[in-house]
Design a binder for this molecule. Structure first.
Ligand code: IPM
Ligand code: MG
Length: 347
């Protein structure tokens, strides 16, 4: 079992270190961890945010544990050299088209949500975000119009096969949960969304036990704060999913608690916290590593088939939270290593 560990920038290395300690504590036979540089740190050392050596380590692994990328020093670089290109490049190069972002409130943390506790307590949803298409990967550019004005443009598109494969992931996920799938689009305005919706309806015929509904993205943003308990599985495109998943994290209470999996057709996957590199607190030992530790649990479950070990880690995190272990993101004073220790003790 080879796990590539790409810690990246900002708080990435600190939170990843704690997740690695947790993985090592399980004492899994044959577990091998291979580190490589990604993001701004890779640009500084190798001249590219996703160097070929890093991609080679990724390809030779069974799964990737990813920290975070993003570095304000790199904000003025040409776009293809910016740290964010590392994660976008890995998703594209490795065919990781399905992003699973579960959002659920941990018992006892209802008060940390930006929503009223009784509203927040009802959240238990899975956001399935398409990750290889949409306006993220379309042609784009900045051009000068004949009258001299600058114009930025980005091409949004979805081909039916791209929609179909993410639809299957979402329907299958719904069947393991509450059998309800809400597809989020903007079909009242965008042709891209019309194709998205038509394909969702076609695929639904293969899953008669799942109830498919549709919602415009603006309404979905509203419903997510009004009554998030109504959602079971939500499936949406790359851009809408990016936005709604950050919103869902605040409904839960902290972005420091949410894990994600990015999957392709096989068992290979990339696992990362949904938070970013948080340069303001980087290197201070303040970041909450729980989202990365929970990402490691998802890695064990989805890529290595180690359900029992995954559940053990999740239970240890839940126990730590129940015992009052709180990072700064939850108004507490536990630092990164202290939270790692607390999870390890309970493991
Ligand atoms: C995410 C992030 C990335 C995205 C950035 C870092 C490119 O916001 O994983 O949600 O937009 O997909
Ligand atoms: Mg995002």
């Amino acid at each position: 079992m080879k796990i590539a560990v790409f810690a990246g920038d900002g708080i990435g290395p600190e939170v990843t270190r704690e997740a690695v300690r947790v993985l090592e504590a399980l004492g899994l036979p044959g577990l091998e961890l291979d580190e490589a540089d990604v993001g701004g740190v890779a640009y500084k050392r190798h001249g590219h945010p996703l160097p070929p050596e890093t991609l080679a380590v990724a390809r030779a692994s069974d799964a990737i544990l990813f920290g975070a990328v993003g570095d304000p020093d790199c904000d003025n670089l040409e776009r293809h050299l910016r740290p964010e290109q590392a994660i976008l490049g890995l998703r594209k190069e490795l065919g990781l088209f399905a992003n699973l972002r579960p959002a659920k409130v941990f018992a006892g943390l209802e008060d940390f949500s930006a929503l009223r506790p009784e509203v927040a307590g009802a959240i238990d949803l899975l956001l399935v975000r398409e990750l290889n298409g949409d306006v993220y990967f379309g042609e784009k550019g900045i051009r000068t119009l004949p009258d001299g004005r600058r114009q930025g443009w980005d091409m949004m598109s979805y081909a039916e096969d791209e929609v179909r494969r993410i639809a299957h992931v979402a329907f299958r996920a719904a069947m393991t949960r509450g059998n309800r799938l809400c597809s989020v689009d903007k079909a009242n305005v965008l042709e891209t969304s019309q194709v998205w919706r038509d394909v969702m309806i076609e695929v639904a015929r293969e899953y008669p036990s799942v109830e498919l509904t549709h919602m415009y993205v603006d309404n979905a943003a509203m419903q997510l704060v009004r009554n998030p308990g109504q959602f079971d599985v939500v499936v949406t495109g790359n851009l809408f999913g990016d936005i709604l998943s950050d919103q869902a994290s605040m409904c839960v209470g902290s972005i420091g608690l949410l894990a994600s999996a990015s999957l392709g057709e096989g068992s290979f996957g990339l696992y990362e916290p949904i938070h970013g590199s948080a340069p303001d607190i980087a290197g201070k030992g303040l970041a909450n590593p729980m989202a990365t530790i929970l990402s490691a649990a998802m890695l064990l479950r989805h890529s290595l088939g180690l359900e029992a070990e995954a559940a053990r880690i999740e239970a240890a995190v839940a126990k730590a939270l129940a015992d009052g272990i709180r990072g700064g993101d939850l108004g507490g004073s536990h630092g990164t290593a202290a939270i790692g220790d607390a999870v390890l003790e309970r493991l």
